[in-house]
Design a protein around this ligand. Structure first.
Ligand SMILES: CC(=O)SCCNC(=O)CCNC(=O)[C@H](O)C(C)(C)COP(=O)(O)OP(=O)(O)OC[C@H]1O[C@@H](n2cnc3c(N)ncnc32)[C@H](O)[C@@H]1OP(=O)(O)O
Ligand SMILES: CC(C)C(=O)C(=O)O
Ligand SMILES: [Mg+2]
Length: 514
């Protein structure tokens, strides 16, 4: 038996049957092109007889999307099949997919047909489709609730009539994996002529077992799996294609099969389908949910930082997700906190880390998402507690068109006020020189910029600047005020405090090496 599993994507047919979803022709073509990039083998582009829009979508996809088989659905009647072929005829590889239910429940209550009539309709439909294309798929709708012998009889007759794929749907998501695996195994062994067809499964998720059932089927001989991206579809949806692909790939030790999917296109495909259908992906959804590669628990984050494989069985890059996400929150620990600080350019001693970590824990009890800005605010607060941190007490500026700009600055450190005055090329330059006189550190300003935080006359000015003393190490400073000179003074003092803090650490590190 071949080890290749064909992926039949029905996002555009069964997926679109999700209540509330309706895709127009360009949207369907866009998704189909992305599905081709993902490397699915068959795209079920629609149900051509169902509406002019669906017909047009199948026709456009058949013409425009190459390198993949394009399928169209039809009931077991000639009109549906003729319409399906009309839509599909421009495809590089076209498949007519015809179906009829085989369960007594459907026969009695829905089709109002006898078993003999269904058998006859199935055979006639396959033969009619076969006159158009060699690639014909036959589905026995509601197979999971069908009488086994009758199901086998219909499948055998469909193969005899020319079906190259026989699809076994769990239409109402009723089966459980053990039972479903056994059914597929029995079909593979008992249906006359089954070796001439690919056995396919189409599982619905009413009991949340669509993917598990699909995989059980693969273990028992199915070589085509049908599903939809993000698991969308009728009622609780279809088997999620991305989950099937990644399960077969990640556990090939168990399945021993392969698909031709380009897994790194999975995430992009999922986002596109979600955006165009308007069906949001739940955060904890396997493979493509926002949390699928996010870690918040401190013990997990520590493990991840030491080796990703401690808590991840798949590399997010394989799915097209750039990297795992260590989310800082109330369950995080010191390792992850320190790592975020280091990525922001802060290196803290053990005591400082502990103190900042305590502030972080208090904040995380109140705030759900801790951002990098929150972390910076915590550190700045920590820095302001340092014995050598300077804080602006007051500022007086004399400036104009006919005077030399002069600044008088008062800074507090450990409660002590120090005052100095200085002249400069402009008022900002004068402020910096006065600050330098107090701190005893001569800094060179590399850049200065201002953004308006709010709008209007009372806008807050957000000054960002960079200073250096040696031309190598650069320290950034930020200050916010409605007065841009005060914002500049605060930003400059902020940068100088970082510089002092850094030199204290460098000294301590050198000292500790001794
Ligand atoms: C399990 C699945 O997902 S099957 C696919 C389901 N998808 C859809 O139904 C979406 C698209 N469907 C539609 O747009 C419409 O249902 C149409 C255009 C196909 C048909 O519309 P209508 O002609 O108005 O019929 P309606 O949908 O009300 O009823 C379905 C008819 O098809 C019959 N039918 C259902 N399945 C089949 C089948 N596989 N083969 C032959 N006839 C079938 C029903 O018995 C019923 O026949 P009746 O009119 O003689 O009672
Ligand atoms: C048309 C068939 C394959 C189907 O969607 C189902 O039975 O769920
Ligand atoms: Mg279905």
């Amino acid at each position: 038996m071949s080890q290749r599993v064909y992926i039949f994507d029905t996002t555009l047919r069964d997926g679109e049957q999700s209540p509330g979803v309706s895709l127009n022709v360009p949207e369907k073509v866009q998704i189909a092109k992305q599905l081709a990039r993902l490397g699915v083998d068959i795209i079920e582009a629609g149900f051509p007889i169902s509406s002019p829009g669906d017909f047009e979508s199948v026709r456009a996809i058949a013409r425009e999307v190459k390198g993949v088989t394009v399928a169209g659905l039809s009931r077991a009647n000639f009109l549906d099949i003729d319409r399906a072929w009309e839509a599909l005829r421009g495809a590089e590889q076209a498949r007519i997919h015809t179906f009829i239910a085989t369960s007594d429940i459907h026969l009695k209550h829905k089709l109002c047909m006898t078993r003999e009539q269904v058998l006859e309709a199935a055979v006639a439909a396959v033969k009619h489709a076969k006159a158009y294309t060699s690639d014909v798929e036959f589905s026995a709708e509601d197979a999971s609730r069908s009488d086994f012998d009758f199901l086998c009889q219909v499948l055998a007759a469909a193969i005899e009539a020319g079906a190259t794929v026989v699809n076994i749907p769990d239409t109402v998501g009723y089966s459980i994996p053990l039972e479903w695996g056994r059914l597929i195994n029995d079909i593979c062994h008992k249906v006359p002529g089954i070796e001439k067809a690919v056995v396919s499964v189409h599982c619905h998720n009413d009991l949340g077992m669509a993917v598990a059932n699909s995989l059980a089927a693969v273990l028992n001989g199915a070589r085509q799996v049908e599903g939809a991206i993000n698991g969308i579809g009728e009622r609780a949806g279809n088997a999620a294609v991305e989950e099937v692909i990644m399960a077969l790939h990640t556990r090939k030790d168990q399945f021993g099969v392969f698909t031709r999917a380009h897994t790194e296109e999975i995430y992009r495909t999922s986002r596109l389908v979600s955006a165009l259908t308007g069906m949001k992906v739940q955060a904890n959804k396997a493979i493509v949910g926002d949390n699928a590669f996010a870690h918040e628990a401190g013990i997990h984050q520590d493990g991840m930082l030491k080796d990703r494989t401690t808590y991840e069985i798949m590399n997010p890059a394989m799915i097209g997700i750039s990297k795992s996400n260590l989310v800082l929150g109330k369950h995080s620990g010191r390792h992850a906190f320190r790592q975020r600080l280091e990525s922001l350019g802060y290196v803290l001693s053990k005591e400082e880390l502990n103190s900042a970590f305590n502030s972080f824990k208090k904040l995380s009890d109140k705030k759900m998402n801790i951002t990098s800005e929150d972390i910076e605010a915590i550190i700045e607060e920590e820095m302001s507690r340092l014995p050598h941190a300077f804080a602006l007490d007051y500022l007086h500026i004399s400036s104009g068109t006919a005077v030399v700009p002069t600044a008088t600055v008062g800074l507090r450190r450990d409660g002590q006020l120090s005052e100095e005055a200085a002249c400069g090329n402009g008022p900002v330059d004068a402020i910096c020189k006065a600050v330098d006189k107090i701190t005893g550190i001569n800094c060179t300003m590399i850049s200065w910029g201002i953004n308006a935080v709010t709008s209007g006359k009372d806008a807050l000015g957000d000054v960002n600047l960079k200073v250096t003393t040696d031309g190598c190490k650069v320290f950034t400073g930020r200050g916010i005020s409605t007065d841009i000179l005060e914002a500049s003074a605060k930003a400059y003092i902020n940068a100088v405090n970082k510089l002092i803090w850094d030199s204290m650490h460098t000294e301590r590190e050198v000292g500790s090496e001794k």
